[in-house]
Design a protein around this ligand. Structure first.
Ligand SMILES: [Zn+2]
Length: 70
């Protein structure tokens, strides 16, 4: 989807890096803040499928999501 209507002020994004201690996992994802729900869900699915661990969206949100400047 092409969405080039950038806000002028808000230039932060949300980033999740997979920080389980599994060697070789380079999962990293960055989205806009408005896409947070999707970010959390994709991360949850990744951790479940790749690492066999169940996190709630809330846990991921609180522990693993970082705000980064774009
Ligand atoms: Zn991973």
């Amino acid at each position: 989807m092409a969405d080039d209507t950038l806000a002028e002020e808000q230039m932060t994004a949300l980033q999740v890096a997979c920080d389980t201690e599994v060697s070789g996992c380079l999962f990293l994802m960055r989205t806009e803040e408005s896409d947070k729900e999707r970010l959390l869900e994709i991360t949850r699915d990744h951790v479940r499928e790749q690492h066999g661990k169940d996190y709630t969206l809330e846990e991921i949100d609180e522990q693993h999501v970082n705000e980064v400047e774009v």
